[in-house]
Design a protein around this ligand. Structure first.
Ligand code: GAP
Length: 513
């Protein structure tokens, strides 16, 4: 399938160009654990910074923290993770492969979804400019039928999971005649729950060591610090606490590269609000977060909301921002109205009051919380897979280009002397020296300049700056734009402003307004 091929290309490109490596590869790797390489670490950092700037720097009522990965074990009892942080798993008796039961059903629905897309594409071709997608999907009999089928399957799945009716989840898999992708058989075990937290020990001796968990989400580090931050920062509701950091989950089905990992990074923000205002804030953060995504220009049509049928134990409303990955629309970010569940639980388990005194209302209350939670690695995959394109050129050749948003690109410019002599490398290196105070830039003198352009295109570098013999005469260079391949002659002294105009965070974040 074309999309499978595209995904394979994404994975091999990520390795070949120094973005993502399999962890401990020389020992044949570790399943669902990855290392970020020299370019990947920069892209990841830039995504993290882009999020941090939008959430913390641009909002005077949101502050950041960096809580520890280890937390007191009671945290996880209070949060409900010890008792309820599990996935429903099912084994195929023939292949001995283990699956998440809900994912099997969702994948089944994704296949129906693909049929809808096919119908839409066909109709768009048939009707041309007169095509109205919204009208088509709401009136075409076949499409409406497909959509009704998806809705009813997901509704039943949600209800069964909500009621912990695992026998019905198995019945649903059997009724839909879902087969094991490996064995092709429908010889399934019963569905069981499996806790996803990794356990570890704190302390030197076996008798006194304390059982700990590696945090499965960063959010709890924010909840337990709620009062510390509120008091020391003199924060007034509504206010938010943001943090980025590692989280760990013993995922049953870890696949799809960095989409679902066992060690990953989250960027989360808990927004503390007055009880009763959660609906408005839910809408506000839905809209604000979608604008953040769209500001990066990955294509508005690649996002959609998916409201949850099955709500987590802490939520009274929840939606996912889904992104169109090479393997279809999947969750990229979660927006959850978490009520006062977490603070109340920590109050009960710690015996400490976690309340807020509202000076306007002259009353104490436990704040409600609106959470935005995005996986940094998943965002990396969204950006990277969207950026990788093969372009047909006019001279019947193709080029591979990584059209990363310039604000996120690991290197902003590559400085290339046309030849390795006549003083050109010295000038190129001086340009590197001058620009590196403001941007990550790289120097490349190996191979013909055309090949170097292609290499930088595939690396995602937005600008190539070539120093040639005319530079010796007039201090000008050629600047080549990665996406348009357009070349312009400019003065060396103007380079900084030209690059800044395209890579400056301000220029990108302003699109959110
Ligand atoms: N505090 C809420 C929370 O953790 P979640 O929906 O379980 O909610 C939030 O996770 C986000 O974290 C997801 O939308 C996804 O982007 C990312 N995420 C979750 N599990 C992941 C995994 N195993 N690998 C990579 N990213 C993951």
């Amino acid at each position: 399938m074309a999309n499978d091929d595209q995904f394979k290309k994404v994975i091999s490109h990520a390795k070949e160009y120094g973005y993502v490596f399999q962890s401990s590869e020389i020992y044949d790797g570790l399943s669902a654990v990855y290392d970020y390489a020299q370019n990947g670490v920069e892209l990841k950092k830039n995504i993290r910074d882009y999020w941090w700037k939008a959430m913390v720097q641009m909002n005077d009522n949101i502050v950041g923290i960096d809580a520890s990965i280890f937390m007191h074990p009671t945290t996880w009892k209070a949060s409900g993770h010890v008792d309820a942080f599990s996935d429903p798993l099912i084994d195929n008796k023939d292949s001995k492969k283990r699956y998440r039961a809900d994912v099997l059903v969702e994948d089944y629905c994704a296949k129906i979804e693909a049929k809808i897309e096919k119908e839409v594409k066909k109709a768009a071709k048939r009707f041309g400019d007169a095509f109205n997608k919204e009208e088509f999907v709401s009136t075409n009999g076949r499409v409406v039928g497909y959509q009704e089928k998806i809705d009813s399957i997901l509704k039943r799945l949600g209800q069964s999971l909500e009621k912990e009716d695992l026998a019905d989840v198995k019945a649903l898999i059997e009724e839909l005649e879902i087969a094991c992708p490996v064995a092709g058989s429908r010889n399934w075990t019963d569905v069981k729950q499996f806790n996803l937290m990794f356990g570890t020990k704190l302390g030197a001796s076996a008798e006194t060591a304390m059982d700990l968990y590696l945090r499965p989400e960063t959010a709890q580090g924010i909840f337990v610090n709620f009062l510390n931050v509120q008091k020391t920062g003199r924060m007034k509701i509504p206010f938010g606490i943001a943090q980025t950091g590692k989280a760990f989950r013993n995922e049953i089905v870890a696949r799809q590269f960095i989409f679902r990992m066992r060690e990953f990074e989250q960027m989360e923000m808990q927004f503390f609000i007055k009880p009763g205002t959660q609906k408005e804030w839910f809408e506000y953060w839905k809209e604000t977060r979608l604008k953040w995504h769209k500001s990066l220009g990955l294509g508005d049509e690649n996002y959609r909301f998916h409201d949850h049928e099955k709500l987590a134990h802490y939520a009274d409303a929840a939606t996912d921002i889904e992104f169109k990955f090479p393997f279809g629309f999947k969750e990229l970010e979660g927006i959850h109205s978490r009520t006062d569940f977490d603070l109340k639980q920590h109050e009960e388990f710690s015996g400490k009051k976690l309340q807020y005194f509202d000076h306007e209302d002259k009353a104490n209350y436990t704040p409600y919380v609106l959470e935005t939670s995005i996986g940094l690695d998943r965002m990396f995959l969204a950006v990277f897979s969207n950026a990788l394109v093969e372009e047909e050129l006019e001279n019947n050749t193709t080029r591979t280009v990584l059209k990363l948003p310039a604000v996120l690109a690991p290197n902003k410019a590559a400085i290339l002397p046309l030849v390795k002599k006549d003083g050109l490398p010295e000038i190129a290196k001086q340009i590197v020296e001058d620009l590196k105070w403001d941007f990550n830039v790289t120097y490349d003198e190996k191979d013909a300049v055309g090949r170097r352009y292609r290499r930088q295109d595939a690396n995602g570098t937005p600008f190539c700056i070539t120093v040639d013999h005319d530079t010796l005469e007039d201090n000008s260079v050629t600047i080549r734009h990665r996406d348009t391949m357009e070349q312009k002659r400019v003065k060396i002294e103007d380079l900084k402003e030209i690059i800044k105009a395209e890579v400056d965070v301000k220029h990108w974040l302003k699109k959110m307004k």
